[in-house]
Write a protein that binds this ligand. Structure first.
Ligand code: SF4
Ligand code: SF4
Length: 298
């Protein structure tokens, strides 16, 4: 089974729009939306949720007011100033309470409370789903507002997608990865068969691409590059492709700027469904070139 990841150095490059078209072109694939901080592949694939589960990660301290003797040791030890005095409703006694929004889950207060009055439950940080779409199964997720650990959720979505592919004897997992170079991208790339980096022909696009290519090279993942909206700056596009080759990555095609891409999004369709054929043909060429490259990859 091959696991192919589409990423970009930053958001807004058209990565998800291209990935949705790849989903339409990928026979027998499981799709995975690992852009968990801003998941929007579902907007184009209209998933029908078949299975959902809670994503739990990390812990937060909770003082049991009835057990607290008000010594203040926890507040003195908390480096995040997440614990403050409070009044116990039952008898008006001075106790301490944790501000859940400030708690970093380090556990110091829990282990140091002399009367074991602090609970440390695991936190619900979001949900993940297995859905049916017109292009095959999709594993996707939603991170709760303000929740962290998106890298862990990315790993979970990938793991579920791979498991599903094995179960259903599908030979390909196509992943819409997160933008940037942080922890979620590392979680999306580690152990993948190949990566396609989508970029735009701008100075910042070239800069972001260099950082992402470094990451792919560090993890020894064969990298391909697609310049989206290439015709907005053909010279910059040439430079980006040359830099990609120098870094050991393969340019697999260009996709021009076309307002039809936005129109397709508004219709909830992929470009290869909505057309025009000239634009869809360019995306098809990128996909085919990438697949040919991946066929040569063990
Ligand atoms: S350390 Fe325990 S007993 Fe002391 S104030 Fe904190 S929660 Fe209450
Ligand atoms: S778990 Fe750590 S961060 Fe949270 S309240 Fe206790 S000491 Fe503070």
């Amino acid at each position: 089974m091959k696991e192919l990841v589409v990423i970009s150095g930053k958001g807004g490059t058209g990565k998800t729009s291209l990935t949705a078209s790849f989903a339409a072109l990928a026979p027998n694939a499981v799709l995975a939306d690992c852009d968990v901080d801003a998941a929007d592949l579902h907007l184009l694939l209209a998933p029908d949720v078949r299975r959902r589960a809670e994503f739990r990660s990390g812990h937060a301290a909770v003082v049991r007011a009835e057990a607290c003797v008000g010594c203040g040791r926890c507040a003195a030890l908390c480096r995040y100033e997440a614990i403050a005095p409070a009044t116990r409703p039952d008898d008006g006694a001075r106790v301490f309470a944790v501000d859940a929004g400030s708690c970093e889950g380090c556990g110091v207060c829990v282990w140091n409370c002399p009367v074991r009055a602090i609970d440390f439950p695991e936190q619900a940080c979001g949900e993940w789903f297995v859905s049916a779409t017109r292009f095959g199964p999709l594993v996707h997720a939603r991170l709760a507002p303000g929740a962290e650990n998106s890298g862990k959720l990315v790993s979970l979505v990938r793991e579920q997608a791979r498991g599903l592919a094995q179960e259903e004897k599908r030979d390909l997992v196509v992943v819409d990865g997160p933008p940037g170079t942080g922890c979620p991208v590392i979680a999306a790339l580690t152990g993948a068969t190949g990566v396609l980096i989508v970029t735009e022909p701008t100075v910042s696009g070239a800069h972001d691409l260099a950082r992402v290519l470094e990451l792919a090279s560090h993890f020894k993942i064969p990298a391909a590059v697609c310049v989206n909206k290439w015709d907005l700056n053909p010279e910059q596009t040439d430079g980006i492709e040359a830099a990609a080759r120098t870094a050991g990555a393969m340019p697999v095609g260009r996709v021009r700027y076309d307002q039809a891409a936005t129109a397709a999004q508004r219709l909830g369709q992929t470009i290869v469904e909505a057309g025009p054929e000239s634009l869809a043909g360019e995306i098809r060429a990128v996909w085919n070139n990438w697949m040919n490259l991946m066929r040569e990859t063990p």
